[in-house]
Design a protein around this ligand. Structure first.
Ligand code: BG6
Length: 512
């Protein structure tokens, strides 16, 4: 008897072969805010890349919705340009031509009933003509303030309902998930009122990065690391997410958020969760999210925030040979803004595995270079019988997971310097994705959009994870509220106070 499969028949594929990427059911992807930055730079190129890799289902339909007064052709041009400029895989006309046949633009404001009726109609037409069977994912690439209006429209038109559509209906919510715990609860209640919990996908694009997922492979596919992955052997862990760019054209959003809400609350705490969590019983969504949730619930701030939570704001400086403005001179930023563009904090993870191990997290704009990494530093060997060696610097083994760029892993350990003396020096052993594998890594959004269409929630944080993360950030924000940020010059690795914070603990930030 043949095995039942929801995948479209493809003679080249054996649907039971789990090594082959799965293809979603025929469906539509509706992008609200389709002319915006995120959509042009990430979403449309990701859809193109999926099409190019043959991972979109037959009948796939892309419906773009935005206020801009565009005819279908204007939108087709914008979408083509976006894909050609930002796609990861080579741009091929024949792939684009085929994809563009299924792209449609719907113009309207979010409070325009008529526009939403047209969208509902377009979905029904695709159902009839392209056989998408009522399946659609709605991507909210819009400011959070517009969420209630759009969600109400979806409810009014019946678009959000699995029952009414006869297929699956899913919603994708971009971060920030609220501004604090209270507003994130309100947002969640709003979304949950219209969509079922299994149909809500909260995007934290760091979870879609190949190297972030490799953390799971590194920890749980090897016997080498896990036995020493605890407070008995680990001295401290550092998480760095540094950017050389400033805030671009996002002053309005950024100035009301700041580095802690923009990056610490989500990307960095998710990295911490994957680094510190216990082994999940499987990698299915429920098991993985349960372990992340447990560890996020165990994260606590130190009592002495004065010395362990530093925020900074960049001032005019030099980067890559060019002079760059200070934050308060950026277009759209108030002159007297006290928003932080840098945040560093020491966190504890109060579990038996991690008790006493400091987790240092830092993120900032206009730092010397773009780099994201996790550095696990191990305790020094208890005895170093090497007379010819300065042992003050020696012996802190370190495992560094480079999330980007130069994706890979580095292990640092002591090695004998050639010669007649027993002199030991730290050396590095490197694994580079680009050298070990011929396949390129999918872009985070490519992976995550595919997972939305497949209905796989593993890489999407659960509501409760988001709330736990706000419980860490809220007291920080409260503490910072009436304290001006420290300053650092653009092109420096953050304010001095952040270096002092580690120096007090007898440590220093890794120079990536
Ligand atoms: C976003 C932040 O979530 O991540 C931005 O809002 C930041 O401020 C961006 O620039 C960085 O993403 P990536 O993938 O380039 O590291």
């Amino acid at each position: 008897m043949r095995e039942q499969s929801s995948e479209p028949t493809n003679l080249l594929r054996d649907p039971r072969d789990r090594r082959l990427p799965r293809i979603p059911d025929p469906c539509a992807l509706v992008v609200f805010g389709v002319t915006g930055d995120l959509s042009r730079k990430k979403l449309i190129p990701a859809v193109y890349d999926l099409a190019n890799r043959g991972l979109l289902p037959p009948g796939f339909t892309l419906l773009g919705f935005a206020r801009r007064d565009f005819a279908n052709d204007d939108f087709a041009d914008l979408a083509r340009e976006a894909a050609a400029e930002h796609s990861r895989t080579p741009f091929r006309e024949e792939v684009w031509d085929r994809l563009s046949e299924s792209i449609q633009f719907i113009q309207g404001a979010f409070d325009d009933d008529d526009a939403f009726d047209r969208l509902a109609e377009a979905l029904q037409t695709s159902e009839r003509n392209s056989g998408i069977g009522g399946n659609a994912a709605f991507y909210l690439s819009i400011p959070p303030a517009a969420f209630p209006t759009v969600l109400k429209q979806m409810e009014r038109t019946g678009m959000a309902s699995n029952e009414q559509s006869g297929g699956w209906r899913r919603v994708v919510v971009e971060k920030p998930f609220g501004h604090d715990l209270k507003s994130s609860r309100e947002l969640n209640a709003l979304v949950d009122n219209v969509f079922g919990a299994d149909d809500v996908f909260r995007i934290d694009h760091y979870l879609g990065k190949e190297t972030v997922q490799n953390l799971l492979a590194l920890r749980f596919a090897n016997t080498l690391f896990e036995p020493i992955w605890n407070a008995n052997f680990v001295d401290s862990v550092q998480f760095t997410m540094a950017e050389d760019v400033g805030i671009g054209g996002r002053a309005a959003f950024y100035d009301s958020a700041g580095a802690a809400r923009d990056v610490l609350q989500n990307h960095l705490l998710q990295l911490l969760a994957l680094t510190a969590m216990e082994e999940p019983v499987s990698f299915d969504a429920s098991a993985l999210r349960t372990e992340k949730l447990k560890v996020l619930g165990a994260v606590s701030l130190p009592d002495d925030l004065e010395h362990n939570a530093i925020r900074g704001q960049y001032q005019q400086g030099w980067l890559a040979g060019a002079r760059v403005n200070g934050y308060t001179d950026e277009e759209g930023v108030p002159e007297d803004s006290t928003t932080e563009t840098y945040a560093a904090v020491r966190l504890n993870v109060e579990t038996r595995r991690w008790g006493g191990v400091p987790f240092y997290l830092r993120t900032g704009k206009r730092l010397p270079r773009r780099v994201t990494e996790i550095a696990v530093s191990f305790k020094k060997a208890p005895h170093l019988p090497f007379d010819a060696t300065d042992t003050t610097e020696l012996g802190h083994n370190q495992l560094v997971v480079r999330v980007q760029p130069d994706e890979g892993v580095t292990l640092r350990f002591g090695s004998k310097v050639p010669g007649s003396l027993m002199e030991v020096r730290d050396v590095s052993m490197d694994f580079l994705y680009g050298e070990s594998f011929t396949e390129g890594s999918p872009e985070a959004y490519e992976r995550l959009i595919l997972d939305v269409l497949l209905g796989d929630q593993s890489l999407f944080p659960r509501n409760a994870e988001v709330e736990n993360s706000w419980m860490v950030i809220d007291p920080l924000e409260e503490f910072w509220a009436d304290r001006p940020p420290e300053h650092y010059r653009a092109g420096e690795w953050g304010p001095k106070a952040a270096d002092e914070m580690l120096a007090r603990d007898g440590r220093r930030w890794r120079r990536p």
